[in-house]
Design a protein around this ligand. Structure first.
Ligand SMILES: *Cc1c(COP(=O)(O)O)cnc(C)c1O
Length: 337
């Protein structure tokens, strides 16, 4: 197997996903630009048919399956969006898919995956437990594991966002990317930095269980505890055996910041009231980081608005400033300002 994902792989992914994945618009956020005193653009991955960017990586991975692998089907564990993406991509290619989910995954995402025709297995309360079921299906049934981030085809697929950003705005100075396993940030950074090494890439995670952020601090992949978070799609570890995304994030990210649940709450509120965008917690962390002054928008800045798959009761509570129950804690409501 190859040792490194390169820009060439990202260009090939761009070809293999064309027509199957939306080439999303990069739109001006006029009010956010005003608020933060810099030109802010939003890459609207919320417009993908499954409502999140993960369709890129999953579609590229399915396109690269061998004939034998297609016959036995694909399997994955997921915090939700990758499961939707794999169910969608496999369905479109006529390949069977099984998606293993922990019980932390919100019901709205579980239903969406089932509706896309995948077989859903719910196991335990962590990504690790869901992954054990994946490992069993690989060894018992010969299915192919398409992991949510640590896979060269998945990474290259997410990296196509970086190509599109620079096609649309070659003079982009900063890219702000939600960061969990690092497929999104690693893929975008690989593409964008190879084309223009001067671009600044900022990864943003939630404080509650920031596995990549902690691993980068400690100089090696480490485990973190998982908690309920508004940014549920950023949950889960990076894998102690991480092979692809950790080195990319270590080598290419200029800065990594973390935001609290209160800050994510405000990010959702502000993105909705300023720009009219419905987005899930995991995809508003860039707004949250700017609001909290943990990061600064320098020059022309693109934010990846990575997904919109949010529980509507939670979303409406947040945009109307009400309390939100999160696991066994209550997040105090606050009005939009
Ligand atoms: C998966 C996901 C992320 C994080 O992507 P990684 O490749 O795991 O870093 C961010 N936002 C949304 C909406 C996601 O589904």
């Amino acid at each position: 197997m190859q040792q490194r994902v390169t820009l060439k792989d990202v260009f090939e992914a761009q070809k293999s996903i064309r027509g199957k994945v939306l080439r999303t618009p990069l739109v001006t956020a006029a009010r956010l630009s005003n608020r933060f005193g810099a030109e802010i653009l939003m890459k609207m991955e919320t417009l993908q048919p499954i409502g999140a960017f993960k369709q890129r990586g999953a579609t590229n991975a399915v396109a690269h399956l061998s004939e034998a692998a297609r016959k036995n089907g694909v399997v994955c564990c997921s915090t939700g969006n990758h499961g939707c993406a794999l169910a969608y991509a496999a369905g479109a290619a006529g390949v069977k898919a099984v998606v293993c989910l922990s019980n932390l995954v919100p019901g709205v995402k579980v239903k969406a995956i089932e509706a896309l025709g995948a077989d859903v297995r719910r196991v335990g309360t962590s990504q690790d437990e869901a992954q054990n079921e994946v490992t069993r299906l690989v060894s018992d049934k010969g299915m192919t594991d398409i992991p949510p981030f640590d896979h060269p085809d998945v990474l290259a697929g997410q990296g196509t966002i970086g190509l599109e950003l620079l096609e649309d705005q070659p003079d982009l100075e900063t890219i702000m990317v939600p960061l969990s396993g690092g497929g999104l940030a690693g893929g975008i950074a690989l593409a964008a930095k190879t084309i223009n090494p001067k671009i600044r890439i900022v990864g943003i995670s939630m404080e509650n269980g920031a596995a990549m952020a902690r691993s980068l601090c400690e100089g090696k992949p480490v485990e973190v505890e998982e908690y309920a978070s508004l940014a549920d799609s950023l949950g889960g570890g990076i894998g102690l055996e991480n092979r692809w995304t950790y080195p990319l994030c270590r080598d290419y990210l200029d800065d990594v910041v973390t935001v609290s649940e209160e800050e994510i709450y405000q990010g959702m509120q502000v993105l909705f009231h300023d720009e009219g965008i419905v987005a899930e917690g995991g995809s508003v962390v860039s707004v949250a980081a700017l609001l909290a002054q943990k990061s600064k928008a320098n020059g022309k800045t693109a934010m990846i608005i990575s997904g919109k798959n949010v529980e509507m009761t939670q979303f409406t509570a947040i945009i109307t400033g009400q309390d939100v129950i999160l696991g066994d804690t209550v997040l105090k409501g606050e009005r939009y300002a």
